[in-house]
Ligand binder design. Sequence first.
Ligand SMILES: N[C@@H](CCC(=O)N[C@@H](CS)C(=O)NCC(=O)O)C(=O)O
Length: 210
Amino acid sequence: MKLIGSETSPYVRKVRVYLGEVGMGCDFESVDAWKPAASLLEIAPIGKVPVLVRNQSDPLYESNLIIEYLESLLPVEKRLVPASGEHRWQVLRLQALATGMIDAAATRTVELRKPPATQSSVVLDRELGRIERLLALFEKSVESRPAYLVDNKKSTADLVLGVALQYLDFRHTPEWRSSAPSLAAWFAPIALRPTFTSTQPPGFVPPSAL
Ligand SMILES: N[C@@H](CCC(=O)N[C@@H](CS)C(=O)NCC(=O)O)C(=O)O
C-alpha cells in the first residue's frame, strides 16, 4: 500500500496521523498537489491528494473514505470508529465538522494566494464565519475537559480535530486560542503526540515552541 500526498496537506495529514495511531505501515510518496504529474492524474483523475494506492485493487481518494477503508483492515478492537450505536454517529459527526473546518481554512488559504485585487471578501468572510462557528461548537464540547471527544475514548474525531486546529496554526492564525481556551487546553497534549510531531508540515513551528 502506498499513500500519495503532500506534506503540507491537512487531508493527507489526517491519513498519516491515523496510520501512526493504529500502527499500520504504509509507504509514503510526496508530491506537489498543485502540479500533479500526468502519471498521478492517470490513477487519480480527481486531481487531489491524498490518494491511497492499494496492492490488488483500485486506488482510493478522499481522506475520510481512505480512513474508512483502513479501518476495515483492522480487527474490531483496534478500530478508532465505534462499530455501531450512537457513539459511532457522534464520532462521524465530529469528524465531518472538523473536516469542515479544514475545508474552510483551506478555501481561505487558496483565496488569500490570489492577487489582493481579485480576492473575494465574500468568500473570506463566509469561510471565517464557518471557522468561528465550528470553534465555538468544539469549545463547548470540551468544556468539561475530557481527554477525548466521544465517550472519552480516542477516535478519529480527536485526530481530525487535532489536524484541523494545527492547520489553523499553520495557515490561518494561532489566535483561535483566545476565543476557545478549553479547546486550546484539550489540544495541547494532542499536539505533542508522536503522530502529530512527526507529521508537521515542513518549516512549521508550533506556537507553543515559539
Ligand atoms: N475532500 C478531499 C480534499 C482533498 C484536497 O483538496 N487536497 C488538496 C491538497 S490540500 C489538493 O490536492 N488540491 C489540489 C487541487 O485542488 O488541484 C479530501 O478529503 O481528501
